[in-house]
Ligand binder design. Sequence first.
Ligand SMILES: *[C@@H]1O[C@H](CO)[C@@H](O)[C@H](O)[C@H]1NC(C)=O
Ligand SMILES: *[C@@H]1O[C@H](CO)[C@@H](O)[C@H](O)[C@H]1NC(C)=O
Ligand SMILES: *[C@@H]1O[C@H](CO)[C@@H](O)[C@H](O)[C@H]1NC(C)=O
Ligand SMILES: *[C@@H]1O[C@H](CO)[C@@H](O)[C@H](O)[C@H]1NC(C)=O
Ligand SMILES: *[C@@H]1O[C@H](CO)[C@@H](O)[C@H](O)[C@H]1NC(C)=O
Ligand SMILES: *[C@@H]1O[C@H](CO)[C@@H](O)[C@H](O)[C@H]1NC(C)=O
Length: 928
Amino acid sequence: MPWLSGICTLWLLGFVVLAQNFNVVSPQKNVIPAQNFNQRTGLKTDCLGSYMRLTVDKSLAFGSLVEFDVMNGSQIEPLTPSLASKCGFSIDSDPWGNYRVFASLFNCFAENEDDHLFDINMRVRVRGVKAEQDVFQVEKTCTHDQWAPREVLCDRNYMEVSVNRLPGEITAMRRQPKMAERQAKGDYQWPDTVSEAITSKYNIWRMVFFTPKQKAMVLEDALKAGYGVITTKSRLVLRSGFDMPETYVENVNGIPMKVIKVTTYFKRQWSVTMLDTVAACPVGGLSFTDEMITWYFPRVNPLMTSTEANILGMFMGIDGSQIDSAQMATRGYILTIEGNNIVMKIPIGGPDGYYKSHAVDNQYNIRYYIEPMLQLLWSEGGMDSTKYRVLFPIKTPFMPRPPQFVDLTDVDKRMFDVILGPFLYDVELVNITFSAGVLTLAEANVRGFNIQEQRFQNGSKAFRLQVPFSDSFVVRTQTDLLLTVYNLRLVYGFMIFPESISFSYIATVDVTLQDITLPTVGGSCDKEKFYITISYGNLGKNFNIMLGKRDLTPDLSAEYDIKENVSHMSLVVPFLAFDVAFELMYPSSLRARLDVLLWEPVNKWTLSDFSLACNFPMTMTECFSNGSMSALAVKVESVPQLNPSQLTLRDHSCRPKFSNDRFAYFSYDANGCGTTRKFYDGVMMYQNEIILGNGPPVYQQGKSGVTTLPPDPEYRVTVSCFYTLNDTQTIAFFTKPRENEPLPETGFGELHVVLRLALDGSYNNFYAEEDYPVVQYLRSPLFFEVVLLRSTDPQIELVLESCWATLKEDRISTPRWDLIVDGCVNLADNYETIFHPVTPGGVPYPSHVKHFEIKMFTFVQNHVMLQDQIYVHCDAVLCDANQNDGICKRLCPSPIPLKTGNKVRRDATNDQNQKAQLSTGKILLSAS
Ligand SMILES: *[C@@H]1O[C@H](CO)[C@@H](O)[C@H](O)[C@H]1NC(C)=O
Ligand SMILES: *[C@@H]1O[C@H](CO)[C@@H](O)[C@H](O)[C@H]1NC(C)=O
Ligand SMILES: *[C@@H]1O[C@H](CO)[C@@H](O)[C@H](O)[C@H]1NC(C)=O
Ligand SMILES: *[C@@H]1O[C@H](CO)[C@@H](O)[C@H](O)[C@H]1NC(C)=O
Ligand SMILES: *[C@@H]1O[C@H](CO)[C@@H](O)[C@H](O)[C@H]1NC(C)=O
Ligand SMILES: *[C@@H]1O[C@H](CO)[C@@H](O)[C@H](O)[C@H]1NC(C)=O
C-alpha cells in the first residue's frame, strides 16, 4: 500500500453565489427571432451557485413533448437519463409542462475557464404534433469562483462531490513527515510544482470504491460503468447516479442516506497522492401529517469526520434557489436544529408546490409536490469546510379525497340535479355511463343533460349534472301501485391529465314519487254492444287487459274494433261475444256483463277492475197464438259447468232444436213435451221447464223416514206462456240453484179472440169490418160467433161470460141491455138469446167457438125509440176444459121467461185484463 497523501484544500468561509443572469439564447433554425427571445419563448436561465437552472415555460410547449440536447463541442447529444446522471443534468417537469433543468457547472460539457467561467450550451427541442420540431439553443455563461474546499451536490438523480485537488502549501508541509519517510526510501521529490501535475486526470492510477467493501477500478472502467470523473483546473469531480452498484445506503439516526465513497489514487513516478471523495445524500427522513411535511436531516452525517463539525450556515431553498428568512416566514417554512437532526417543516398546500391528482385502485387521491433545497456549510476545524446542497423533491403520500356527491334534485322540477366534486384542475370528466349506455360529455349535453363544470376559487372544480326524470336513461320502477322510484345510476368516467390516467366514480340517486295516475276504464251500452274506453293514466300502455277471463290478444283487436291513440284505447264488444258473461235471463232480454281488468304484468298488480252489466233486448220465449212455443236457454255464469246441448224440456226426449256452448233453442207445442196448462180466473198459462236432461226429479226416502226433496237441479228454467183472451203473456221463470233473483218478467204475444156477425145461421160467412154498419130488420135474427182463432189446444174452452147491447159505441155506456149474464142467457130478456151448439164436424176445435143468436131490437125510452142502432159487446174468458168451478162450468138455469125490467150487474171478475173484451161494429135497424 502506498503511503497516503491526504489533501487539505483552501477553504472559503461563507459563499456568495456570483450569479448573473446572462442569457444568450438564439434560435437555431426555424422560428424564433433573436430579440426578446426569453419572453417570447418562455426560456429562462439562472445561475444558482454551483449549478445553472434552465426553466422552460409551459407556454413554449403547449403540452408537446420537450427534449433536451447537450453540446459536446459541436456535437449534439440527446440528454438521456443515463447521460444526465453521469454528466450532471437533471430534468423535471410539472403537470402543466413547465420544465426545470439543473445543470451542474461541472457537467461533462461545460466549457470551464479556470473554474471561474462556465459556458453551458444546450438545445431545447419541442416536438409538435406533426413530426416537425422547434429547436432553441440555450447558451449560458455562469461565473462562480467561491468554491468551498469540498462541495457536495445532491441533485434529483445524482450525487456529485468536488474537492480541491491542489493541496495548499500548508497541507504539503503538514504531510511532510510522511513524505520524509518516503523520501528516505528514495522515491520522494519535493513537490514544488508537481501538485498540479500529480492530481491531474492523466495520473489517475486507480480508484477504490467503498461499498463499503473496497473495490478498485481504473479510470476507464469507472467511466464505462457510468461514473462521472473529471478534473478541472483545481478540482476533482466525482459523480454517481443513485442506483449505481458501488453506492450503498447508510442509516444515520434512522435516516437512510445513499453514499458514494471513492478514494482516487494519482501516481507519477515515485509519488502517489490520494484524494477522498465522498458524497452522501438523503433518500428518506420524511414524515407527514395532513398539514405538514417534516424533513429530518442528520446533523452529523457521514461526510463529517468528527462529531465536532461546526455548522456555519444553514439555508433553505425552493426549486434550487435559496430563499431568505422573510420569504420562509411568509410561507410558514421552518428550518431548525432539533437534537441530532436538522429539521425542515413545510406546510402542505403552499404556492411553491402543487397538487396533483392520482387514481389509486380507482379511488381519487391527491398528492402535494414541492422541491425544497437544503444548503449547509460546515467546518471541521481548521480550514476544512464543506458546502452541501440537497435538491430534494418531495411528494406527499397519496391523500384520499373521495369526492362529495351532492344531491340537489328538485322534485317539483322533475329533474335530477347532482354535483360531484371537488376535483383538482387536472381532472376532466370524459363520459358518463348510464344504465342504458355511455355518453360522452358532448353527447350528454346534446341530450339535454346540462353538464357544467363549476370552478372554486382555489382552482378546484366540481361537475354538475341535470337529468330530467322523464329521460329514458332514468330507470323507473314502480314499487307498488302508486309509487314510482326514479333511479339514476351513474358511472362518471374521469381522466387525469396530462398522464391520461382514468378512474371512475359510481353514484346512484333515487327519488320516490307518488305520481302515478292509474289507467281507468269507462263504458256504456246500446241495444247490442258494450262500448269500452280505457284511459291510460300517465304510465302509457304498460298494462295487460283481461276481458272476461281472457287476456286481450292482438288477434282480437279486429273482432273488438280496437282503436288506440297515445292516451286512450277504445273497444266495442257485442253482447253475445265470447268474453261477455250472462248474468240473468229475462223473457225478452238478457242481462250480460263485461268485466275489464287492467293488470300490470310484472308484479301482477290490479290497476283497474271494471264491470259493466246491461240488459240487451233478446227474445227468449215466444208464445204463438196457435199454441206453439219457443224458448232459448242461456248458459249463465252461475252454472259454469253447463253444457247447453244436454238441456231438455220436461219430457227428456225434447232436446234443443239447436245448441252451442252457450245457448240451447227449444221449440215445442202446447200439447207435447210435458207442457202443462193452468187456468185461473180466465187466464191460461202453459208451462214447461228447461232442465238438465239427467232424468226426472225423484223424491227420495231420507234416513229419518221423512220425505225430502233432492237438491235443486243445477239448472232449471221455467218457461211459461201466459195467455189472456186477446193477448198472450209469456213468463219465463229462471230458477237458479242458490240465487235470490229469479226475476219473472212478462212479455207479450198475440192471441186472437173475435166476435163476429155471421151472414146466416150456417156460420159459414161473416161480415167483414168494412161491411159495418150492418143493416137488419127489427126482430130479424143476428147470428154471433165468438171464436178463439189459431190455437190448436183442444183443452181450452172459450166461455162467454157476458154479452150486452148498447145504444152507443162505448161498451160501458147506458142505456144497455144484457144478453148473456154469467155465462147464461139473460132470463129477463123478452127476446130470448139463443145459444147454438157448435158441432165437432164444422170446426177443428168446437170448444174454441161459441154461437148465439139474438133478434134485432131498438132501445126505447119512455116508449120513444131513441135511435135505430145497437152495438153488441161480449166479455170472453178461456177455461180449462176439465175445470169445474167458476164461470167455466157454470150451470145455467132453465130458460124460464121472467118479466123483469131490472138489469143485473154482476162482477164476475174484477180483472178486466183477463177477459177478452169484444165488440161488434154498428148494427142499424133497417128503416124499410
Ligand atoms: C464528447 O466528444 C468527444 C469527441 O467526440 C468524445 O470523445 C467524448 O466522449 C464526448 N463526451 C461525452 C461525455 O460524451
Ligand atoms: C378548494 O375549494 C373547495 C371548495 O371550497 C374545497 O372543497 C376543496 O377542498 C379545496 N381544494 C383544495 C385543494 O384546497
Ligand atoms: C369512459 O371514460 C373512461 C375514462 O376516460 C374510460 O376509461 C372509459 O373507457 C370510457 N368508457 C367508454 C365506454 O368509452
Ligand atoms: C285519444 O282518444 C281519446 C278518446 O277517443 C280522445 O279523447 C283524445 O283526445 C285522443 N287523444 C289524442 C292525442 O288524439
Ligand atoms: C204456429 O205458428 C208458428 C208461427 O207462425 C209456426 O212457426 C208454427 O209452425 C205453428 N205451429 C203449428 C203447430 O201450426
Ligand atoms: C185486445 O185486442 C184489441 C185488438 O187487438 C186491443 O185493442 C185491446 O186493447 C186488447 N185488450 C187487452 C186487454 O189487451
